[in-house]
Design a protein. Sequence first.
Length: 168
Amino acid sequence: MQLIDIDKTRYRKHLKIVFIGCAISLAVGSLALSQTLIALFPDESGSHFHWNLLGVVVSAATVGWLLNKYRRHDFMREVTYVWELKQLLNKITRKMPKLEAAAREGNRNAMLAMQYSYAGSRFVWQLDDNTLTLDALAIKQHELDHLAEKFNLTLSVTDFDEQMLAAF
């Protein structure tokens, strides 16, 4: 997955719409379904937990299905891209201790994965206005740059391929 430029304003606007739409759909869908089931099948004991739970589960499954169905729609392009990028960054983060150990030994693929992680994290954090940890990221980037220089390597995020992570 290559890092691409995203219009931050469009991304934030569409993310907000998707988030609010999901929240409203979950609330309205859950209440409508559970209240309909309660009216159709009342419980003499007054406990309607199972109907409420069923309403929530069906609404959540429906919202998930709709998000998956429309994930390739133009409106969802940026939201889906960032979501998939965050998943990949999470996968890299889980392997980071092994990547760091391999990078100290001069493993180019480990350093490429780390470079991609740092660049991707910086990109996502700037999109989400989460700039509090950028200083710590800059320190890690400097350490990686020093390591790459030590082993005479040039690191480019365009050289990263997710398949490289299988070795770690």
